[in-house]
Write a protein that binds this ligand. Structure first.
Ligand SMILES: NC(=O)C1=CN([C@@H]2O[C@H](COP(=O)(O)OP(=O)(O)OC[C@H]3O[C@@H](n4cnc5c(N)ncnc54)[C@H](OP(=O)(O)O)[C@@H]3O)[C@@H](O)[C@H]2O)C=CC1
Ligand SMILES: Nc1c(N[C@@H]2O[C@H](COP(=O)(O)O)[C@@H](O)[C@H]2O)[nH]c(=O)[nH]c1=O
Length: 337
């Protein structure tokens, strides 16, 4: 395998996708710090809005790799890590390169500016995937260049832009993704399919989304709860898509405090929500295909079940594939025809 700039950027991308959607309303971002001999010092991502950016997490780990000083690992806020690095860097990063999927931020918001931090540390070169189109945070490249840091842009630009698709939609007002679990023979029915790790990931996503859409039949068959209990998270509001008006109110999803449940044969209520997850089968897939932005499939190494996605003639493009426990997880968008 050729170890080139794309190789390092790919590591940053792969790490960032693990937190896709979980950084809402922030973008998913990854960062890789490389030492003077090409050795990987850190591969990190932004985990959650309000917490350190990918660059800060990666520089924290890289500092530890270079110094073995574990004091820095005891710091958790972006502000504390910035302050520590600026005070203690001792020009350690002068020969290091930094690969970041998104232009380092220029503005001081909930966290200090990453472009300023990289400038203060005097890193050798910064490789950037996609430029920031969020006007508030853009101009990071310019700050770096004004501080004599070499900057190379558009490294794996298409892949880094795809990573930002949810964020672009948050900014426009609404992001919708369709998630389902299936077996190797394409079936999605008859109970538990996913690994424990996948189920935990799905609960992290439920915790972050504000509306969960589900089919009427699923509610009648599964009698689901649709909360985020595996991660002690909050339960999203629920929209049941159905031709029926009434459901058995003893079904656990109706018993969750502070949750709204809508029952409708249309999607109008979506206009009040910004981060929407659909958990559905083939019928819901057809009903929602005009407005779904991304698809997320958990593929389990199992065979069984009965109902599969049939009579659907669609092509999707895989944007990222990873493992979640025993399952393969795939983020996809509609293929350009
Ligand atoms: N593996 C996974 O990730 C998932 C699996 N499932 C499984 O799928 C099975 C249930 O599938 P099903 O609910 O059919 O599939 P879908 O998730 O595709 O939901 C479709 C629902 O839409 C409603 N519907 C159909 N046509 C219309 C219409 N024209 N207007 C409004 N509503 C309409 C129906 O509800 P109604 O009949 O009330 O009108 C139907 O139940 C269950 O076994 C469940 O466990 C479900 C979700 C995710
Ligand atoms: N079986 C299955 C899923 N099924 C979805 O999860 C719902 C059950 O949610 P809850 O009652 O909160 O546990 C169910 O109705 C269906 O929408 N999802 C997955 O990620 N993997 C799985 O294997």
């Amino acid at each position: 395998m050729e170890i080139d700039h794309n190789f390092y950027m790919n590591l940053a991308l792969q790490e960032a996708w693990k937190y896709q959607v979980l950084t809402y309303p922030n973008p998913a971002v990854g960062c890789c710090v490389v030492g003077k001999h090409g050795e990987i010092l850190a591969v990190e991502a932004h985990h959650k809005a309000g917490e350190p950016h990918a660059e800060v997490n990666a520089l924290q780990k890289a500092y530890y790799q270079l110094t073995n000083n574990s004091e820095i690992l005891e710091l958790f806020t972006s502000h504390d890590i910035h302050t520590f690095l600026i005070k203690n860097h001792n020009n350690l990063f002068n020969e290091c390169s930094v690969y970041t999927t998104l232009e380092p931020c220029s503005h001081v918001g909930k966290t200090p500016s990453c472009a300023n931090l990289l400038s203060s540390l005097g890193v050798k070169k910064v490789y950037v995937g996609a430029n920031d189109f969020n006007e508030e945070a853009a101009q990071g490249n310019e700050i770096l260049q004004n501080n004599n840091i070499e900057v190379e842009t558009q490294v794996l630009e298409k892949e880094c832009s795809d990573l930002l698709l949810p964020f672009k939609n948050y900014i426009k007002g609404r992001f919708v993704f369709f998630k389902w679990a299936q077996r190797l023979n394409g079936t999605f029915d008859q109970g538990s399919i996913s690994s424990a790790e996948s189920k935990k990931q799905v609960h992290l996503m439920r915790d972050k989304c504000d509306l969960l859409i589900i089919g009427g039949n699923t509610v009648r068959i599964d009698r689901p709860t649709l909360d985020a209990r595996l991660v002690n998270g909050k339960a999203p509001d629920v929209l049941i898509i159905s031709r029926e008006k009434e459901f058995d109110k003893n079904i656990p999803l109706f018993g969750i405090e502070n949750r709204k449940v809508f029952i409708a044969d249309n999607f109008d209520v979506m206009k009040h929500y910004k981060n929407i997850m659909i958990e559905g089968g083939d019928i819901l897939y057809e009903l929602t295909k005009d407005f779904v932005d991304l698809y997320l499939c958990y593929l389990a190494p199992k065979i069984g079940g009965e109902r599969a996605f049939k009579n659907i003639d669609d092509e999707l493009e895989i944007l990222n594939a990873d493992k979640a426990g025993e399952d393969i997880i795939m983020w996809m968008k509609k293929a350009q025809k």
